[in-house]
Design a protein around this ligand. Structure first.
Ligand code: MN3
Length: 261
């Protein structure tokens, strides 16, 4: 697949009527071919995810959509406050710093930026990888948990049954991915361009979009900062707790909005 030579600004994208991140990743020159063949794009985000369209450079730390103590005793308020107010805030600050001098890249959607790391200037590439990934990953994390959790609905419920045989099997796969990630990282539920679901894990603050690993629907942070005050070395107990708080209803709405085939 051909790549465009220069980063495409949001204004350029609007001019030619391109709105989806997937289309931007594929590049304007190959839009016709993509529409004709309906082949999955090889890298980056897939479809329009409303969660990722709400934020752009300069990035801001989103407010937590719940009180820091909302998940006690499973996740303690101090962990939530430090995690959001220190760790996530740091990723946002450092991502903005890394992009400060890169005016041609500032308008590129974050998911696309992370899918095109190899094209970024070497001096900023690692900072954008770590902090851009850190920002995106934590946006997903906060938006897919709610006190008491919720059940999958509609197309996502159908896809979970089809691809995993049910929610409990999906939860087992996610817990195994999180437990099996050596050191810091994330466990993910992703979907591909035809909506097929998969579970995977990434190290550090990497996101599945970086390696063509599909579109991130749901992620569990397995860095120790996410659980150490409460769980110390018991990552498995934290994984079980987080899964009981998973807001599958919110994930279902995003999955439905992506209008997959
Ligand atoms: Mn974290």
């Amino acid at each position: 697949m051909k790549k465009i030579e220069k980063p495409l600004s949001r204004r350029d994208a609007v001019k030619v009527g391109v709105f989806s991140s997937a289309a931007l990743v594929a590049g304007i020159s190959s839009l016709g071919a993509m529409a004709a063949s309906k082949k999955p794009t090889p890298t980056g985000s897939i479809g329009r995810d409303p969660l990722f369209e709400a934020f752009s450079y300069p990035y801001a730390l989103p407010k937590l959509p719940f009180a820091a103590a909302a998940f006690e005793p499973l996740i303690d308020a101090a962990t939530m406050e430090i995690h959001h107010g220190r760790h996530h805030a740091g990723y946002v600050r450092n991502l903005n710093s890394a992009l400060e001098g890169l005016s041609g890249w500032q308008a590129v959607p974050l998911t696309e930026l992370l899918a095109r790391l190899a094209e970024l200037p070497a001096g900023q590439r690692e900072a954008i990888r770590n902090n851009g990934g850190g920002h995106l990953n934590h946006v997903i994390y906060w938006e897919t948990m709610r006190p008491g959790g919720s059940a999958p609905e509609g197309a996502l419920a159908v896809a979970i049954a089809r691809d995993f045989g049910g929610l409990s099997s999906l939860e087992e796969a996610l817990a195994a991915a999180g437990a099996g990630q050596f050191g810091s990282g994330w466990a993910w539920l992703t979907c591909d361009a035809v909506g097929k679901l998969s579970v995977s894990a990434t190290p550090n603050q990497d996101n599945p979009v970086m390696a063509g690993g599909g579109h991130p629907l749901f992620g569990i942070d397995v860095w120790e900062h996410a659980y150490y005050l409460n769980y110390q070395n018991r990552r498995g107990d934290y994984l079980k707790a987080y899964l009981s708080l998973a807001d599958w209803s919110a994930v279902s709405k995003r999955y439905a909005a992506m209008a997959l085939p």
